[in-house]
Design a protein. Structure first.
Lengths: 286, 232, 405
């Protein structure tokens, strides 16, 4: 009986090891770079273009983990990611001040737009101030759909409500989906409601949605992306070299060039605007 | 409705053209869930059989633990495995977070109690004297256990199908520990969620259909084995 | 890899020049082979010593010694819970741990002889067929497969065994579709295909209906006689036991109360319990009041019964009278018969038993007689009628009273 137990053990171990190592070909830690970013960034498809180029150039293997902004930052704070590509400047600043990062560089921006049904009962079409737009929507009887998931989009939305001094929590005209941008847009389209969306996702889904762009261009609506390297002094296991290589790549002329034209073929206008080297404050209206 | 039709058309298209990315995702789904089910099969059937056939104090407690394990929420498993596999976590040195290996691990943890619990019930349902009869015909211990397993093959194969079904369709743990990395740890379920979140409903439906087809064919094979009466 | 004949074994292992196997304790020596080992002392096919099994404080089995000779048919009879099944399981080494020892052909099992090799010399059939979920052929072949016998050899052995039990035509049938009788035949064929040196049967016919049972017992008897297989079988049908056995062991509460030939056990039961179990219907308590010249007079409920025996005065005894030995006649005074015991009594109850009737008579003490249906008619026996019950002194079996009788 002991002998058969022994044979069993050998079989299990063989199966498990073969499974574990057979499929995890990239086992060398130095070659892996863990990039934490947001779902909307991944959904835009930009990384699908940039990353293969980076990998080919440098031989690194980038593991793109797309989660909510909050989780991406948390991963950085715990040293579970090597580099972040996020767009929540307020939270990012805290990240820097508490010593979790050694470098934070501006990469690009895109913007948010307020979309809604073409009938536009709240009559916000063409307005310039996002704060005023929100006030008007709140006072009309139209629905506003929010992502409600602490994503970058949601954070931006909350900032505007705050600036407008409007109570939205629990109001009948305010609904939270807890879903990604694409799905939230669908819900808004179905319900003929207003929502705040990033231009990229909207453009990608425009055909299917019955929503128009009603307000855009306010500086507040800018969505600014930084690439942040996690501090190896705080977390020794971080692949600092890989993180540095990636961040350098993102602000390289080549990458910036790709960012500039990304989306033009498909949507007629670019989804992002490259900003490497500029300062965030310089970014104004388009 | 036409969304679904579009999805079906897309599914056909992807399959017939053997779209490389979709094939890769499908193959990975099969490999990951297949190996996880295999692991759960070994551990589940052996431990389940041993517990079923032995008497020991505290057996009831062990059995109820196993039964509880059958209902383990996969997301909870994913969370715990992630925490363990974090670089700075206790098993971080393995370096398998965000790899298919981690997905196999999580899925195996989810599937094993299912297989174990059903095996336990299946073996306990065999006539008590059957074991003695087998020994009395001159079987060694190992032959006896193998014969009992063959006798219980109907429910045991159901156990394997339940285990496989539970993990091929699993999303929460797989995305947490695998990271849904393109071409590397992306499987049918995680890809479906991503495409849905992007708004590409037709692709999402297509992937869903492919997943159903995959599950169906695997279960077809297993069912064939289960229902076979072997003539000699 | 296993040696092919390992499971079957050769009978010639321990044999030297004279191949002669000893019989059991009180059996008939000349009928069985006697085996002598190198030291030329008698070695039995199977010898068990100090078998003791306890569970939850209750003693399930307590057998200090049991020997079984080659070729003999030993039956174990007793009520439910007597320990028959436990004894069979113990002999097959299915209970663990076993207190006590078992010697197979002189070699101690579990030390000189590994347990599963020992088990491969035996085969056991249970009350339920316990067939496997495959065809009849597959079932009958299963024991051979455990022994890694070659495919072609399996085929011949299985076909032979199935033919013997009349189930050859069911070879490809699924075991789930068999009737009770066919299933039990399959179970027996499965055991027989192994050509076991000892066959253990645990009440194999108990769950069959009478015609199936009779047919199967008949077949089994033929086969046993033909192959001279050693058999130990448990039953609570004493007719079965009488029919098939060379020796009978009467068991109760885990102990063997009496072990002997059917005639011994049936006609000379060693105590009241055995007597009642083997079918002695009239059991009377009494005390010896007269004694001499090989005849004792026993006082039973104030009446005096004469029996053959030599027992001191004043001793308490039990008188066992088989109902076949009691004659009923019309009540008459003064008829001289050779029967020294004639008692008038009233018929209390008549129970039909198929070919004959059981008549309960109250003669001041209860007595039971068997009469044929004809006699019942010709004597016009009915309840309440007064008749004479008579029996010979030689037909009474006297047992000294033990505490628990």
């Amino acid at each position: 009986m002991k002998r058969t137990a022994g044979i069993y053990l050998i079989i299990w171990t063989a199966v498990i090891l073969s499974g574990v190592f057979g499929l995890s070909s990239e086992c060398r830690a130095e070659k892996n770079v863990i990039l934490a970013t947001t779902t909307s960034t991944q959904d835009s498809g930009l990384l699908d273009v940039l990353i293969p180029i980076f990998e080919k150039r440098t031989g690194y293997f980038v593991k793109t983990i797309a989660v909510g902004s909050g989780q991406a930052m948390a991963m950085g704070q715990k040293g579970e990611a090597d580099v972040l590509l996020v767009h929540s400047p307020d939270a990012e600043k805290k990240f820097v001040t508490d010593g979790s990062s050694i470098s934070r560089r501006l990469v690009m921006h895109n913007d948010f737009i307020v979309v809604g049904p073409s009938e536009d009962q709240a009559k916000i079409r063409g307005m310039k101030s996002s704060v005023e737009v929100f006030k008007k929507i709140a006072s009309s009887s139209n629905l506003f759909i929010s992502r409600g998931d602490n994503s970058g989009t949601h954070s931006k939305e909350k900032t505007i409500w705050k600036a407008a001094n409007i109570k939205y929590e629990g109001e009948k005209w305010y609904q939270q989906t807890g879903l990604g941008m694409g799905q939230t847009l669908n819900v808004a389209s179905e319900k003929k409601a207003y929502t705040l969306a990033d231009r990229g996702t909207y453009l990608a889904l425009k055909k299917r949605l019955g929503l128009d762009i009603l307000a855009e261009g306010d500086a507040v609506l800018l969505n600014i992306y930084h690439v942040i390297e996690v501090n190896p002094a705080k977390w020794p296991k971080v692949n600092a070299a890989g993180a540095r290589a990636f961040a350098d790549f993102m602000i390289s002329r080549e990458a910036q060039g790709i960012i500039k034209i990304f989306g033009v073929n498909r949507f007629g206008s670019p989804l992002f605007f490259p900003d490497a080297g500029k300062r965030a404050e310089e970014l104004g209206s388009r | 409705m036409d969304l679904i039709i579009e999805g079906i058309k897309k599914a056909f298209y992807l399959l017939i053209t053997l779209d490389t990315e979709v094939m890769g995702i499908t193959l990975l789904s099969l490999k990951v869930s297949g190996i996880a089910t295999l692991i759960s099969l070994f551990i589940g059937i052996s431990v389940g059989t041993i517990v079923a056939l032995s008497e020991f104090p505290g057996k009831k407690i062990v059995v109820s633990l196993i039964n509880t394990g059958m209902g383990l929420p996969p997301v909870v498993v994913g969370l715990f495995v992630t925490i363990f596999l974090w670089r700075n976590g206790p098993l971080g040195f393995l370096g398998i977070l965000y790899t298919p290996a981690a997905m196999i691990l999580a899925q195996a943890i989810i599937a094993t109690p299912i297989v174990m619990g059903i095996t336990l019930a299946a073996m306990q349902q065999l006539p008590k004297k059957l074991r003695l009869q087998i020994l009395a015909l001159g079987a060694t211990r190992l032959q006896m256990i193998w014969t009992l397993i063959k006798e219980a093959r109907l429910p045991l194969l159901a156990a394997i199908m339940a285990g496989f079904g539970g993990v091929i369709s699993e999303i929460g743990a797989s995305i947490m520990v695998g990271g849904n990395i393109k071409g590397y740890s992306r499987v049918l379920t995680t890809a479906t969620v991503m495409e849905t979140s992007r708004g590409n409903f037709d692709i999402a439906i297509a992937l869903g259909i492919i997943l159903l087809l995959l599950a169906y064919f695997i279960n077809l094979i297993l069912t064939h084995v289960q229902q076979r009466v072997r003539p000699r | 890899m296993k040696r092919r004949d390992e499971g079957r074994g050769t009978r010639d292992e321990k044999d030297s020049a004279s191949i002669v196997l000893a019989s059991g304790a009180s059996g008939r020596p000349s009928e069985f082979h006697q085996l002598r080992d190198e030291r030329s002392s008698i070695v039995y096919l199977l010898e068990a010593r100090n078998l003791h099994v306890e569970r939850a404080g209750a003693t399930l089995l307590d057998v200090p010694e049991l020997t079984i000779g080659e070729g003999e048919v030993l039956s174990l009879i007793g009520p439910n819970g007597a320990g028959k099944t436990t004894l069979l399981h113990a002999l097959c080494y299915l209970l663990k741990p076993i207190n006590g020892e078992i010697f197979f052909k002189g070699q101690r099992v579990n030390s000189e002889y590994p347990i599963f090799e020992y088990r491969r010399r035996l085969a056991m059939v249970f009350q339920e067929p316990l067939l496997f979920n495959t065809t009849v052929f597959g079932n009958v072949a299963s024991g051979l497969k455990f022994r890694r016998v070659k495919r072609s050899e399996i085929k011949t052995a299985v076909m032979e065994s199935m033919e013997m039990f009349g189930i050859g035509h069911l070879s490809n049938r699924s075991a789930r579709t068999l009737s009770g009788g066919e299933a039990q035949r399959t179970s027996l064929a499965r055991a027989f295909a192994l050509k076991p040196e000892i066959l253990l049967l645990d009440e194999p016919f108990a769950s069959l209906d009478p015609p199936t049972r009779e047919s199967l017992i008949g077949d089994l008897e033929r086969i046993l006689q033909h192959f001279k297989t050693t058999v130990v079988f448990a039953t609570h049908d004493r007719m079965e036991a009488l029919h098939l056995s060379d020796r009978i062991a009467v068991m109760n509460e885990g102990k063997i109360l009496q072990l002997g030939s059917p005639e011994e056990v049936m006609n000379h039961p060693v105590d009241g319990f055995v007597a009642s179990f083997v079918g002695v219907e009239t059991i009377l308590d009494g005390r010896v009041v007269k004694e001499g010249e090989g005849i004792i007079t026993v006082s039973v409920s104030g009446y005096e019964i004469e029996a053959v025996g030599k027992i001191p005065l004043g001793e308490k005894v039990i008188l066992c009278i088989r109902p076949e030995n009691v004659t009923i006649s019309k009540n008459s005074r003064g008829m001289v018969t050779s029967a020294r015991n004639v008692f008038p009594g009233k018929i209390e109850r008549i129970t039909p038993l198929g070919l004959f009737q059981k008549v309960h008579i109250d003669c001041g003490f209860p007595i039971v007689a068997y009469v044929t249906n004809d006699s019942l008619k010709s004597l016009s026996l009915e309840e309440e009628k007064v008749v004479d019950a008579s029996f010979k002194a030689t037909a009474i079996h006297v047992v000294k009273r033990t505490k628990s009788s």
